[in-house]
Structure formats: C-alpha cells, structure tokens
Design a protein around this ligand. Structure first.
Ligand code: HEM
Ligand code: HEM
Ligand SMILES: [Cu+2]
Length: 554
C-alpha cells in the first residue's frame, strides 16, 4: 500500500494518523465514562497500527511514473478482502442470533451475548461492513473504468477505506459493550457519526474528482446510482443523527427530535437506507458487472435512466409505511403507502432490464455460476420489491407488521438481492484485478451458488410461514371476543421454523466461507505467478462504457 504513495502523500498520511491518534488518546484520558475511554483507546490503537504500516514502507522507492498511467486498483483489492472478512463475521453473528431465537438460553448469562446486543452487531456488520466495503471497492473500480480516468491521488481512497472501517469497528465494538443511541441502522453514537461525515464527504469529493478527470464524454449510468448512494446516504445520516451529547466526554447523546417527529425522521432514514444503501448502490454494481459478465449491452439504456429517476424520487416519500397504525397522521401513512405502490414500477423496470440484458446469453447463465449469481439477484430484487409494495398496503401491514414476515422480506432482499449481486460482482472482479483467466476453482463458485440459493430459500420460506402463522394467531378471537391464543403459544409454533431458518443461514454462511477460500487461492496463485506474462483482462477494454451503453442502437 505505502509503496504506491508519493513522498508527500506518505508525509500527509503520517500527519493525519498522528492527529487521529492524538484525538483517540485525548478521549481515553479525559473520558468521563468507561465506554468512552474504551472507544478512545480503539481509535488510538487503530491509528497507531496504521502509522506502523506507513512507517514500514516510508523509505520504499516512490512509485514510478509508469504506474500512474494505470488505474489505481490497490484500494479496490483491499476493499474486497475486507468486505469478505466482514461477511463471514457478520453472517456468523446472524446465524448465532438465529439459533439464539430458537434456544434463548444460549446467552450464557453474559450481557454482551444477549439478543439486543448481538442483533445490531449482525445488522451493522453485514450492511455496513460487508455491503459498504463492497460498494466502496466496486465503485472505485467502476468509476475509473467508465470514466477512463485514474484516481486523482493515491491517498484519498485509502483514507476512505481506513476511515470507513474505523467507523464500522467503533459501531460494532460499541454494541458489545453497550453503546447505542437505539435508532435502528443508526445505532453508533455522536462521535462515530461525526467521523463518518468526514469520511463520507471525502468519498463524495473523490468520486466527483474522478468524474471531473474523465475522458469519456458520457457519465455511464452505474455512476449515477453510485453517486445517488453516496450523496443521499450523507443527507440521511446527518439529519437522522442530529443529537446533543450529554458532554464532550461521554458516549451518550440525546436525539434532537422527539415523539412522532423522531419516529418519522428515523423511518425516513431507515427506509431510505434500504433505498440508497441496499438498492441504489447495488443497482450501480448490477448495471456495470452484469452486462460485462454477460458480454451483452444493456437491454435498454433509456429504461435504466428512467428507472433511476423513478427510484430516487419515489423512495423518498415511502418511509411512513414503517409507521402504519401509529400516532403518525393518517394522511402521512397514506402518502407512504401510495408511493410504495408506485415504487414497484421503477423497481421492476430495473429488474426487467437486467433480465432482458441476458437475452442471447442464457447459455452463459447455465454455464457460468458468476453470471447466475447476478441473474438470481435480479430475480430476488424483483420479488422483494413486489413483496415490499404489497406489505406497504395498510391492511396487509396489519397482518405482517411485528411478525417474521418482515424478517423474511428483509432477507429476501438482503440475501437474495444484496449478497448475491455482491458475490457475483466479486467473482467477476477478482480474476480481473489479480490478472487471472478465471477464479481458482469455478467448481467452488458453483458450490457457493447452490449453498447461497438453497440457504436463501430455506430462510425466506421458513420466515414467511412463521410470520403468517404469528400474524393469524395474534388476531384470532374466540366466541367470547377474547384472544384465542396466548403469546407463548405462538412462540411454541415458531420453534421449528426458527431452527429451519438457522440451518438455512448456516448454508449461506458456509457458502461465504467457501467463497473466501476460493478468493484467497486465486490471489495466492496470482502471487505465485508474479513475473509471468500477464493475462490481458477483457476489462481493460477502453470503450467499455460505450459498449455497455450501446444497447438501444443495436
Ligand atoms: C447467514 C446469513 C444470515 C443470517 C443467519 C441472518 C440472521 C438474522 C437474524 C436471526 C436476524 C434477527 C431477526 C429478528 O429480529 O427476529 C436478522 C436481522 C437482520 N438481518 Fe440478517 N441474517 C443473515 C444475513 C443477512 C444479510 C446478508 C443481510 C444484509 C445484506 C442481513 C440484514 C439483516 C437486517 C437488515 C436485519 C434486521 C431486520 C428487521 O429488523 O426487520 N442479514 N438476521
Ligand atoms: C419497492 C420496494 C420496497 C418496498 C415498497 C418495501 C416496503 C417495505 C415494508 C412495507 C416493510 C415493512 C415495514 C413494517 O411493517 O415495519 C419493509 C421492511 C423492510 N424492508 Fe422493504 N421494501 C422494498 C424493498 C426492499 C429491499 C430491496 C430491501 C433489501 C435489500 C428491503 C429491506 C427492508 C428492511 C431491512 C426492512 C425492515 C426494516 C425494519 O423494521 O427494521 N426492502 N419494506
Ligand atoms: Cu421501507
């Protein structure tokens, strides 16, 4: 990593890290509560560790000029590996939580192992650790290729990757020890939030700087999706996390909002985190990697643009579907419901566009598990958005809300769509980046595919069953007008489904571990072949963005 930095960049990296270390140390020394001290130490040690990394390469010869003519891919390589580490960690915790729900005694009487703490470790680790790193890594790749422009400097992408992972580390370590502001998907406290703002703004500016250097007149549609992801996540994060810390030496803060305004702000955030983190960013991934891997232009470039504006506009208004039958004014609920129904149109435009792109390449879908990952992801994207629009209808939500149906919907999107498209993109990207003809073992990609697909189906089907049973049991009355079942009776009914879900999750986790092994072996064989003539990757084709776009004319 350091070998690629110029002398000035090394100095700057050193200074920035010293500054972070000082802040961490100050937090640790002045902290008025123990939790704050622990986080100060984590910041201090992370910066210190990275300083050693920089120092160890400080006197390496600076990069040659030749190098600067190539795309800068080291941060992408690092980002992919970090994403896979988060994947295994957070899926392991997810499966643990799944077993915990079936066997509640598994907490061993330890606070850190309770459901309330492990669950956000799973959601944050998987969405932000796995998903976020994969989005950052692939966006660096895509923006350089489709703009035919290199990173403007070598330091900024590393700042983004280091800074972002420090944020994830603060978040996840915090939940274990009991730091949370109790806002779903926005649990980290004020100092971590401020740090993320700095990193996210750096990321957005970096993205714009690459685009400003572009030699391609057109800005390819994948970049629009990635930019919407970066920009909107910044807005959501800043507004939802407005809070006042009880002091500058405490980890705790109070939200600037209260009551129903707080709820609405939170679900405007939570819903649009789904929209712009778990959807727009991954659609950017889809629109680049699927046509590339299929070797076909996008079916309709116009549809991809129309879909973009539909998704960005409609999603913004739909957040209130998380607050049906609450103190929120009915008209706001109705507004959210209406926009959720309309959302189906741009969602299916995107899913349909992806599937139609495969026309003429279906034999490749049959033979190539990487492409099949992407194809199935598009199908699950279509399914989960249909389900979401349906669940947003108020009377339907009366049944689904508070039940496992929601969890089933979440994981149809999260496993079926987000994780599968990511694995597809990573399996395409790893051989390109490490200059190999293909993955170490295409057989293992195939094995991963079937484990992931069966795991997803088992997970989603068991949650649909359990969710609908729960919903129906909770609303069944007997002749005297009282509830026919107690809550515990419904819990007993859930037990077999919870075990099934945990087994499905285990399949999914094993698949991810197989993926790690395969990626590791690909990287290793690339290292062993270092010095041998490089395989010319198809991806370096200059006119790539143009070719992918050419769909309509063809
Ligand atoms: C090995 C695979 C996985 C397993 C076993 C698993 C398991 C779980 C469990 C047990 C819960 C708690 C459910 C509850 O509160 O009743 C949960 C929640 C959640 N998981 Fe996963 N998960 C997995 C993968 C993923 C992935 C890949 C993502 C995202 C990309 C994800 C995102 C979420 C989200 C957003 C929630 C919160 C859902 C809600 O409260 O509505 N999970 N998961
Ligand atoms: C047209 C698109 C979609 C619509 C209209 C939609 C709608 C909904 C609705 C109505 C709920 C239930 C709210 C409740 O009863 O509490 C929900 C929950 C959720 N959906 Fe979707 N959904 C869509 C797509 C997706 C996708 C693609 C993903 C994931 C990649 C996703 C992730 C989630 C999550 C994480 C939750 C749980 C939030 C929570 O309570 O923690 N949704 N969605
Ligand atoms: Cu929503």
């Amino acid at each position: 990593m350091v070998g690629q930095l110029t002398v000035n960049e090394r100095k700057l990296a050193f200074l920035i890290l010293i500054l972070i270390a000082v802040v961490g140390l100050a937090m640790a020394i002045t902290g008025a509560d123990k939790l704050f001290v622990v986080h100060g130490l984590i910041i201090f040690l992370s910066a210190l560790g990275t300083i050693f990394l920089v120092i160890s390469g400080y006197f390496l010869p600076p990069p040659d000029i030749e190098n600067a003519k190539h795309y800068y891919d080291d941060p992408t390589r690092a980002g992919i590996i970090i994403a896979m580490v988060w994947a295994v960690f957070a899926m392991f915790i997810g499966d643990w939580v799944a077993w915990l729900l079936a066997f509640p005694e598994m907490t061993f009487d330890a606070a850190w192992a309770s459901f309330g703490r492990l669950r956000p470790v799973h959601t944050t680790g998987i969405i932000f650790g796995f998903g976020g790193n994969a989005l950052i890594a692939t966006s660096f790749h895509v923006v350089q290729r489709t703009s035919r422009a290199r990173m403007p400097d070598n330091l900024s992408p590393w700042v983004v990757i280091f800074g972002y992972n420090l944020f994830c580390l603060l978040a996840v370590s915090g939940y274990f020890i009991g730091i949370t502001q109790s806002k779903e998907y926005a649990e980290p406290e004020w100092y971590a939030d401020i740090w993320l703002v700095i990193i996210w703004v750096t990321y957005f500016i970096l993205y714009l700087r690459v685009l400003a250097r572009r030699k391609e007149p057109h800005i390819y549609v994948a970049n629009w999706y990635y930019m919407a992801f970066i920009l909107v996540v910044a807005i959501l994060h800043i507004v939802n996390n407005l809070a006042i810390p009880i002091s500058l030496m405490h980890a705790k803060s109070y939200s600037a909002f209260s009551g129903v305004q707080d709820a609405m702000t939170q679900w405007w955030y939570g819903h649009n985190a789904v929209a712009f983190f778990l959807t727009a960013g991954f659609l950017g991934m889809l629109y680049y990697f699927l046509p590339k891997q299929a070797g076909r232009p996008i079916y309709s470039y116009r549809m991809s643009i129309v879909g973009f504006w539909g998704i960005t506009f409609f999603y913004m208004w739909a957040g209130s579907h998380h607050l049906h039958y609450t103190a929120l004014p009915t008209w706001v609920q109705t507004l959210g419901m209406t926009f959720s129904a309309m959302l189906l149109i741009p969602s299916w435009i995107a899913a349909g566009n992806a599937l139609m792109t495969l026309n003429g390449a279906w034999h490749k879908v049959r033979d190539d598990a990487t492409l099949r990952f992407m194809m199935v992801a598009a199908v699950f994207y279509g399914l989960s958005t249909f389900e979401g629009s349906f669940m947003a209808i108020r009377p339907v939500n009366a049944l689904s809300h508070y039940t496992d149906w929601t969890i089933g919907h979440v994981h149809a999107g999260a496993l079926g769509w987000v994780a599968l498209i990511t694995f597809g993109a990573i399996y395409a990207l790893v051989p390109w980046l490490w200059k190999q003809k293909r993955m170490y073992s295409p057989k293992l990609v195939e094995v991963h595919f079937w484990l992931a697909l069966s795991g997803t189906l088992i997970y989603v089907f068991s949650m649909w069953n359990s969710g609908i049973i729960q919903g129906l049991m909770w609303r069944t009355y007997n002749e005297s007008g009282t509830l026919a079942y107690s809550f515990v009776q419904s819990m007993v009914e859930m037990h077999p489904y919870y075990i099934a879900r945990a087994i499905g999750g285990l399949f999914f986790l094993i698949g991810a571990i197989v993926g790690c092994y395969n990626i590791w072996m690909t990287v290793r064989s690339a290292r062993m072949l270092a010095g041998a003539p490089e395989f010319e990757t198809p991806d370096l084709g200059i006119a790539s963005a143009q070719e992918i776009k050419a769909g309509e004319q063809a």
